[in-house]
Design a protein around this ligand. Structure first.
Ligand SMILES: NC(=O)c1ccc[n+]([C@@H]2O[C@H](COP(=O)([O-])OP(=O)(O)OC[C@H]3O[C@@H](n4cnc5c(N)ncnc54)[C@H](OP(=O)(O)O)[C@@H]3O)[C@@H](O)[C@H]2O)c1
Length: 267
């Protein structure tokens, strides 16, 4: 059955390969990108490659939380229902580590923007929808001050904390009544995207490894009951995330800090 899937960070790396896999299976893909030119190029490239496909592009720089709000609104204006949201957009090393709103860009893009997007799209997802949250093997205990923008961190520390934070809110959200199926996933380590090439100076592995698991988690029936779980694609199976993500007190504190940060910036 054809599904409608919103995929963030669809213009490069694992996201772009995932978009192609979903389109090849006949799904409707709502492509998100942050650069107008790059998004338009990718839309044209995919429309040429998949001539029968339904592709729609949506622009948003997710380091700006207002843009995350506006992206959700733009989706909701055009769609009454989406079957899956893949929160794939992510950043590791960047020249602009602090956003215009004073947050670390890793927490803004990797943790808080996907939280906003997901919360606002819950009515479109319903309890049968799926949210696939791209985490990482790199996970480190979250410093609430750093998440809230009161403290700066080194690149890897900020990245690892942002990825544990999205893993924590995934489990928390999955535990709520009528939640969609929410799954956090490490897509595989050191896959050869620009993040890995530029960030680690290496070629990296096959992006299809990551794209295949994102595609399967988003659409395959076998994962319909996997809400709240963490898929570790380095192991090729569900497994335990960082211990903090299994601690409901710590996870609730991270969710409260995310909500307080959003509220403060919206005020
Ligand atoms: N590659 C790996 O080995 C690996 C391992 C674990 C987890 N991951 C995760 O996998 C996801 C995909 O990463 P990737 O490796 O494919 O890296 P990538 O090629 O750099 O792709 C990242 C995507 O996120 C988008 N993005 C970055 N900053 C953004 C912002 N401010 N607003 C909106 N979109 C933004 C990028 O847009 P542009 O195209 O405009 O740059 C791009 O489409 C990320 O969440 C990453 O943390 C990757």
């Amino acid at each position: 059955m054809q599904k409608t899937i919103l995929l963030t960070g669809a213009t490069d790396g694992i996201g772009l390969v995932t978009a192609k896999m979903l389109l090849a299976q006949g799904h409707q893909v709502l492509l998100h990108g942050r650069s107008a030119d790059k998004l338009q190029r990718v839309e044209q490239q995919l429309a040429a490659e998949f001539s029968d496909a339904t592709i729609e592009g949506f622009l948003a720089d997710l380091s700006n939380l207002q843009a995350a709000d506006e992206l959700a609104d733009a989706i909701a204006r055009k769609h009454q229902k989406i079957d899956a949201l893949i929160n794939n957009a992510g950043v590791y090393k960047t020249p602009q580590t602090v956003t215009s709103q004073g947050l670390d860009s890793r927490f803004a893009v990797n943790t808080i923007a996907p939280y906003i997007l997901t919360r606002k799209l819950l009515p479109l997802l319903g309890s049968q929808g799926r949210v696939i949250n791209v985490s990482s093997a790199a996970q480190a205990s979250v410093d609430i001050g750093a998440l809230s923008g009161d403290k700066t961190l080194a690149d890897m520390e900020a990245y690892s904390q942002s990825k544990l934070a999205i893993t924590m809110w995934s489990r928390e959200m999955a535990s709520q009544p009528d939640s969609p199926v929410v799954i956090a996933v490490n897509p595989g380590s050191l896959l050869g995207s620009k993040m890995v090439k530029e960030g680690f100076g290496m070629e990296g592995g096959d992006l299809k490894i990551g794209a295949t698991i994102l595609t399967r988690l988003a659409v395959d029936d076998e994962f319909a009951d996997a809400s709240g779980k963490y898929f570790d694609n380095d192991a090729g199976n569900f497994g335990p995330p960082h211990a903090d993500a299994l601690d409901s007190g710590k996870s609730a504190a991270v969710v409260s800090a995310i909500e307080a940060t959003i509220e403060r910036l919206r005020a």
